[in-house]
Design a protein around this ligand. Structure first.
Ligand code: FAD
Length: 501
């Protein structure tokens, strides 16, 4: 089995397929495993390049358990009591606790919204997840068996509870009413790169992942890149063979019957390696465009609207800000305007600013007395018209002024290291089409059905996992994509049950 890419889904796929007894080789263009989970070092400061928020770590534990290992011996994490610290320009400050009761009480204390209203909203989110999660997130949507279950039958009788005809924002206005709280909950749309004013109300289940009783935000020992290191280690112990700095240039196919069949890989150095099946963890758009140039492709699926991208400032800060937590949000004053600008392919002048400081829990990530700030604002996916150097210059100034104003203390001079990623850098560094963080957007009701399936309908023996295919982007879903892909593959042609050596 040949796997293209060692992103989190590629690693999970390698582990699962090896545990099924397959011979597995992974070809990774970069020099380390992890893809978007990579690391950036600036002087004495270390940063995770991409993800900063870890939810549902049990999907990582599951891989160690499947291999008969004790997860905590290789990968440790802890739950944060405060998921996020929120700030508004009018001086409102709110700590969102992971515990739903504590969160609801804090909302009542700060915003005067009855705690019961928040709890009811969270519990409605949970109901949506219970009704649809197992079908839409944990199974292939392209297998008839998925649809012929009692769960689907039950969900159909409860369709009116799913808010499919309202946008996420409309649901929050209806249920929460208070503007700060509506904005706080609307932000959950950005967790998969969507727009709360267009995304369906079903997505209100995302809040439940952060504030549900057994949910929350977690921090891994050693920072987010430790996730990739731990899974790479597990895969190697199981006997997966890794080839780094080994970009794949072509998926080799042979005409067999009506459709071509994937039979191997040609690497950039022209070496060819033959396999019975190929898995691509690479962005599905680039897989088709670059590795299968002449082959038929699912054009409509590949042309779907992309998720948002990001503008990220990695700042080594030579000062400490005890008033900040691990995750902090500084809201824009005009949220609809922010999303209008994104839809128009640009940035508004007052964006919502997310500041994540992993040195809060990983002391080695910054020198004593300093902090590693990952400062991110939502940005549109890349288009040829954008002039990023000019946009960055303008927005950097506004972001610094906004943070200094809302923190009421100087920041500019404390920034001693800096690196900036815009959508084009993200595309170049992480090889994701147009720099989209989460593959395709979830801005319409059909989004879940229109993601690329986990197997190819055009090339036999070719499979997909990762954020650009079903069930979508974000670490938990990428891990699930590897699980679904392995199940689809095993169903089509059973894998050898031979135990790994
Ligand atoms: P990727 O990480 O995209 O890796 C694909 C791999 O394929 C790469 O290593 C690449 O080098 C390799 N590759 C590509 N082409 C080739 C080729 N031709 N030959 C060989 N190898 C190739 N998710 C969260 O859960 N929480 C967050 O807080 C969060 N924040 C994010 C912030 C940012 C800035 C970004 C970029 C993403 C964020 N995400 C977050 C999303 C999450 O990072 C991704 O969904 C996930 O990491 C994608 O994993 P993947 O398995 O699809 O592969």
């Amino acid at each position: 089995m040949g796997i293209i890419g060692a992103g989190i889904a590629g690693l999970a796929a390698a582990i699962r397929l090896r545990l099924e007894g397959a011979h597995v080789e992974v070809f990774e263009a970069g020099d380390t495993a992890g893809g978007k989970l990579g690391e950036l070092v600036l002087g004495e400061y270390r940063f995770g390049i991409g993800p900063s928020l870890l939810t549902m770590p049990h999907y990582i534990d599951e891989l160690f358990e499947l291999a008969g290992e004790v997860p905590s011996e290789h990968f440790r994490y802890r739950r944060l009591e405060t998921v996020c610290r929120y700030a508004w320009e009018d001086g409102t400050r709110l700590d969102a606790h992971a515990d739903p009761q504590a969160f609801a009480e804090e909302v009542e204390r700060v915003l005067g919204v009855p705690a019961q209203r928040v709890l009811a909203t969270l519990s409605h989110g949970r109901e949506k997840y219970d009704l649809t999660g197992r079908t839409f997130l944990e199974k292939s949507l392209h297998t008839p068996k998925t649809w012929l279950t009692p769960e689907v039958g039950h969900a159909l009788t409860r369709l009116h509870r799913l808010d499919l005809t309202r946008t996420l924002h409309e649901v929050h206005e209806r249920d929460l009413k208070e503007p700060h709280l509506v904005q706080l909950f609307d932000r959950f749309a950005t967790y998969n790169g969507s727009n709360p004013y267009r995304a369906p109300g079903l997505l209100s289940m995302i809040a439940h992942f952060e504030h549900g009783t057994e949910a929350g935000a977690f921090v891994p020992e050693g920072g987010m890149p430790a996730i990739a290191r731990a899974l790479h280690g597990l895969a190697e112990r199981l006997g997966v063979i890794f080839h780094f700095k080994a970009p794949v240039a072509e998926i080799l196919t042979r005409k067999e019957g009506r459709r071509p069949r994937a039979v191997g890989l040609r690497l950039a150095d022209d070496q060819t390696v033959m396999f019975d099946r190929v898995v691509s963890n690479m962005d599905v758009f680039f897989t088709h465009q670059r590795l299968l140039p002449g082959a038929p492709a699912p054009k409509r699926v590949l042309a779907r609207e992309k998720s948002t991208s990001a503008l990220i400032f990695y700042w080594g800060v030579d000062d400490s800000f005890p008033e900040l937590d691990v995750h902090n949000i500084f809201f824009s004053e005009d949220y609809p305007e922010e999303f209008k600008a994104l839809e128009a392919g640009t940035l508004c002048d007052d964006p919502t600013v997310y500041v994540s400081i992993s040195s809060r829990y990983d002391k080695c990530a910054a020198p004593a007395g300093g902090e590693n700030w990952f400062v991110m604002i939502n940005a549109p996916f890349a288009t040829p018209e954008q002039d990023w150097p000019t946009l960055i210059e303008r927005i950097r100034e506004r972001v610094i002024r906004k943070l200094e104003r809302m923190l009421d203390r100087p920041l500019r001079k404390a920034i001693v290291e800096e690196c900036v990623f815009d959508p084009t850098t993200i595309e170049a560094r992480t090889l994701s089409h147009l720099g989209a963080l989460y593959g395709t957007s979830s801005n319409d009701r059909m989004a879940a059905f229109m993601r690329h399936p986990n197997d190819s309908r055009h090339v036999d023996g070719l499979y997909f996992c990762g954020g650009s295919v079903h069930p979508g982007g974000g670490l938990p879903l990428c891990l699930l994509s590897a699980k679904i892909m392995t199940e689809v593959m095993a169903r089509q042609a059973p894998l050898s049950r031979r135990a790994p050596d």
